[in-house]
Design a binder for this molecule. Structure first.
Ligand SMILES: [Mn+2]
Length: 476
């Protein structure tokens, strides 16, 4: 009823204006215990799950809302958004279709239907050309040598086609002033880094000497100014100041191009002392929804996005330090018995599959209780302390370091110290109020040492500015 709607919107406003989605979820869960047949509560909790990236739970709640009241229009929108977030575009389209049928004069509904329909058609087209022969690399169709740099470009240029420390410093300052690197230089970096990454194994193994230390950073998600702050606090990367960035460099934050070109530049400058692992956001489906594809198209071209996609496919999936610490973006596996040898053998040059070890490395999350559960995200699984224990024992490891989840303190130690989460995007999406963190590991004892930091200001371009309109906050 109308009164009900006003009432629930009012409650929703209180919870959501504070951006305290965890408490909003708690609140609606309590409300549902008292009144389990309230479609609005399911629908509102679904939105809170969407905001906290629990797309599997969001989908379940939207479905439940529609079971309770199949005429509840918002339920269809929520279910559609959940499916979009999970890359299930056809299922999403069905719900938008329903809304348009019920409300033929609703312009907003029609617009969303058309936007979703466009994606479904585009995906069908992509599948059709993908099955024609093996896909050609963008590299073969580029003539970088003959790209000219216009006289009025006064920004950084590679020196003899090489990335140098001077170039890196100039480029970081250039980006800081919101200026664009010349496309020729961007292409040079991409082609060279593809070559470097493609020569690495899927599981990278490094050894730290007694006196050496490495810095491990988690998700950066296009927060370029926070990345610069990490370098300010912890020193620029160098041969004696090695870094490992653990995936999810792009999407959400609107300075993803700047983040990724900076990270790729350092990979070229210090290939043996600067490490990058793939996250679940270094993938086509995520980039289409969460901004990176849109950002590259806005700042450069669709062709350049294709090349980024090719490079992402060559990012390694895991890294082992001194045969004792295993680092990956997501976590452990849907089945017991996976060995380091299995990880070495993964044929990674592809979009990740829906299941199996490659999917799990990018997508899984730890859980406090033993065993495994269905993923709150709707992809891969959640694994308990016993799963971690068995994996470490079988592979003679001490602990794992993973990222992938925002944490209030920037890091979290779980599974009796054997599963560590690190997240390096402070005040994630300008909303979450969390700290960022990075970890120091020393060769002498491999004991994790945590360093926290807070967000720094950035120019007035909001997160998700380049994301698909259906994923933008006001649209859900
Ligand atoms: Mn992630």
């Amino acid at each position: 009823s109308y009164r009900n709607k006003i009432h629930s919107n009012f409650l929703c406003d209180i919870c959501f204006s504070e951006k305290d989605y965890e408490n909003a979820i708690k609140y609606y869960t309590e409300a549902l215990e008292l009144n389990p047949s309230n479609a609005i509560y399911y629908s509102n909790r679904s939105l809170a799950y969407l905001r906290t990236e629990c797309y599997g739970y969001a989908l379940a709640d939207a479905t439940k809302a529609l079971e309770v009241d199949k005429n509840y229009i918002k339920g269809y929108y929520r279910r559609a958004t959940s499916n979009m977030a999970l890359g299930k575009f056809k299922a999403a389209l069905k719900d938008y279709e329903t809304v348009v049928r019920v409300r033929p004069n609703d312009k907003d509904a029609r617009m969303k239907y058309q936007e979703c329909n466009k994606i479904v058609k585009q995906k069908a087209f992509e599948r059709a050309i993908a099955s024609d022969e093996t896909k050609k690399s963008v590299v073969d169709s580029l003539d970088i040598e003959n790209m000219t740099i216009e006289d009025d470009y006064v920004g950084p240029k590679l020196e003899d086609s090489k990335v140098t420390l001077t170039f890196m410093k100039e480029m970081m300052d250039w980006f800081k002033d919101q200026k664009k690197l010349h496309r020729k230089c961007a292409y040079q970096i991409l082609v060279q880094v593809k070559d470097v990454l493609s020569k690495l194994p899927s599981l990278v193994e490094i050894t730290l000497k007694e006196t050496e230390k490495i810095t491990i950073c988690g998700d950066t998600h296009g927060q370029y100014y926070d990345l610069l702050n990490i370098f300010k606090l912890n020193g620029l990367p160098s041969e004696t100041n090695p870094y490992l960035f653990n995936g999810d460099f792009v999407d959400r934050g609107s300075f993803s191009v700047e983040v990724i070109l900076t990270l790729f530049g350092f990979k070229l400058l210090y290939p043996d002392n600067f490490h990058l692992l793939r996250g679940n956001h270094e993938t086509d489906n995520m980039n289409q929804m969460y901004g990176f594809e849109g950002e590259v198209k806005a700042k450069y071209t669709a062709q350049m996005f294709q090349l980024f996609s090719e490079v992402f496919q060559w990012l390694p999936l895991a890294q082992c330090i001194n045969s004792k610490v295993l680092v990956m973006h997501g976590g452990l596996f849907s089945e017991d018995g996976v060995t380091l040898e299995d990880l070495r053998k993964i044929d990674r040059n592809r979009q990740p599959p829906d299941s199996g070890p490659m999917c799990d490395l990018l997508w899984s999350d730890p859980q406090p209780q033993n065993g495994r559960s269905i993923s709150k995200r709707g992809v891969s699984c959640q694994f308990g302390p016993d799963v971690t224990e068995r994996f470490l024992e079988q592979n003679k490891l001490d602990f794992i370091v993973r990222s992938h989840e925002v944490k209030a303190e920037g890091y979290e130690v779980t599974h009796s110290g054997k599963c560590i989460t690190v997240f390096s995007a402070p005040n994630y999406c300008d909303q979450m109020g969390n700290k960022g963190a990075y970890i120091h590991l020393r060769g002498s004892d491999l004991k994790p040492e945590f360093h926290q930091f807070t967000a720094v200001p950035h120019p007035n371009v909001k997160p998700m500015a380049y994301a698909n309109t259906l994923m933008q906050l006001g649209m859900m």
